[in-house]
Design a protein around this ligand. Structure first.
Ligand code: ATP
Length: 435
């Protein structure tokens, strides 16, 4: 199936309660989005899967949750205050502002179509500024973090010491980041407030090339394990002119979005740049002491940095399918079970109390284990279609026969096959399918 149009996904996300425009009742705040009841579940699932793969299933990575507001010196040491900029041009005809490096033609305005109307590019710093305390002075200036990584570098020594860690080890973090993007857009692909999932993996300098390759393989496989279609995923090494000055290598994991290949995640070999910078600026020695080798050195760092919100969006696009079944069209989100907002829907065939009662019993049993929805409105056909559209893997239908045979019908989202399962064995049946 060809990639769905961006509008198709945005409309589905809005119609079914995944993502809403922020401040919509006031006309909406551009590039800010709220995650509705289904979106919050799916986003949480994406983050949980990342955390499981990066922290829980490993013994060489630990977690961290650092503050959004950090001392201004952090961003001076990291270089963000000086160079976290994008080149911006303004059209003198329509006053549109654009990021020069993202323009298809850097002499033609994409809004008004005029040629040769751009100003000279100027560097625009992407960090949001605010003030700590009641007075808006330069001394009170703080930034909303533009990435979560720096909180990991500043805590490198505390985490190592308190957890008695030996190299190689990683520190992982999930959290909000903020960038005052010049041209946000493509729905939740590029927003000014977003969530990141980043891990800094510290190792001996001689081993960094090996770990760089290792993390590329791991991260690529993560998307495949969660059902992303391999043909829509690729790794693209950065050209030398794209590399940051400190990077010994960077690749992007790219997804085939409706507008073409674009970044999902960056994986960089950051060398010892960050720890050295923070050592110099803070005066704290952030070198690692290897007792066995009696050697003190700055570890090198491999950083896989993904966007949680962007990744959820890519999974939505990838899962979207339109199918014709018995001359009837259905839209189905073929989401991996672990990503689906609801795992099971409980559907009593009628609103009569004799069916609602057993349905509520089934609901409360299954809810202890999974996110489950009870849906009693509309015809059963429409309810199936709705569950297909939000990606619910299994529907459990309670009908009048249930009262006699103490069994229910379980329908599989992808095959649409139905099994009759006894009430006693329902939890086990679903457990085998879902977990
Ligand atoms: P770009 O070149 O697209 O601006 P970047 O290379 O600066 O992105 P990184 O700093 O490597 O991005 O950030 C790591 C990840 O964080 C990205 O791969 C992306 O998934 C996510 N991310 C970055 N900026 C945004 C944004 N404005 N909105 C949503 N996600 C973002």
């Amino acid at each position: 199936m060809p990639a769905p149009a961006l509008d198709t996904i945005a409309n589905l996300a809005k119609k079914r309660g995944f993502v809403f425009q922020a401040s919509e009742i006031y006309g909406g705040l551009r590039s800010s989005y709220d995650y509705g009841p289904l979106g919050v579940e799916m986003l949480k699932n994406v983050k949980n899967e990342w955390w499981k793969a990066m922290v829980q299933h490993r013994s060489d990575v630990v977690g961290l949750d650092s503050a959004i507001l950090q001392a201004r010196q952090v961003w001076q040491a990291s270089g963000h205050e000086e160079v976290f900029t994008d080149p911006m041009v303004e059209c003198t005809n329509c006053n549109g502002r654009f990021r020069l490096d993202k323009l298809a033609d850097n002499n033609k305005c994409p809004t008004c179509g005029k040629i040769g109307t751009f100003t000279d590019p100027r560097n625009f710093n992407l960090m949001f500024r605010t003030h700590m305390g009641p007075i808006d002075t330069e001394e009170n200036l703080v930034y909303l973090r533009p990435e979560t990584a720096q909180g990991i570098f500043t805590n490198f020594e505390s985490v190592r010491r308190t957890n008695r860690l030996k190299l190689p080890f990683g520190v992982a973090q999930i959290g909000k980041s903020f960038r005052n993007e010049i041209t946000p857009g493509q729905f939740v692909f590029r927003t000014r407030e977003f969530e990141q999932m980043e891990m800094e993996f510290f190792c001996h300098p001689d081993e960094s090339a090996e770990w760089f390759q290792y993390w590329q393989d791991q991260r690529f496989q993560w998307y495949l394990d969660l059902g992303m279609q391999q043909g829509n995923l690729r790794i693209r090494p950065h050209d030398t002119d794209e590399l940051s000055h400190y990077s010994a290598g960077t690749v992007d994991v790219e997804y085939r979005f409706p507008w073409g290949w674009d970044e999902l995640e960056g994986i960089a070999n950051r060398t010892d740049f960050d720890l050295k910078q923070h050592s110099e600026h803070s005066g704290e020695d952030l070198r690692y002491f290897d007792q066995e080798a009696n050697e003190r050195y700055f570890p090198h760092v491999i950083e896989p940095a993904a966007g949680a919100t962007r990744t959820m969006f890519a999974f939505l696009i990838d899962a979207y399918h339109e199918e014709v079944v018995d001359d009837d069209e259905r839209v189905v989100l073929k989401l991996h079970h672990n990503l689906a907002p609801y795992k099971v829907a409980v559907l009593p065939l009628s609103k009569k109390a004799e069916l609602i009662e057993p349905a509520e019993k089934v609901l409360s049993t299954l809810q202890r284990r999974w996110m489950v929805e009870l849906d009693v409105t509309q015809s059963i056909g429409k309810r199936y279609r709705r569950q297909d559209e939000i990606g619910t893997p299994y529907c459990v239908t309670i009908d009048f026969d249930t009262l006699d045979d103490q069994a229910v019908t379980v329908r599989d989202r992808d095959t649409m096959k139905q099994d009759r399962v006894s009430l006693d064995g329902l939890e086990r049946y679903l457990f085998e399918k879902l977990d």
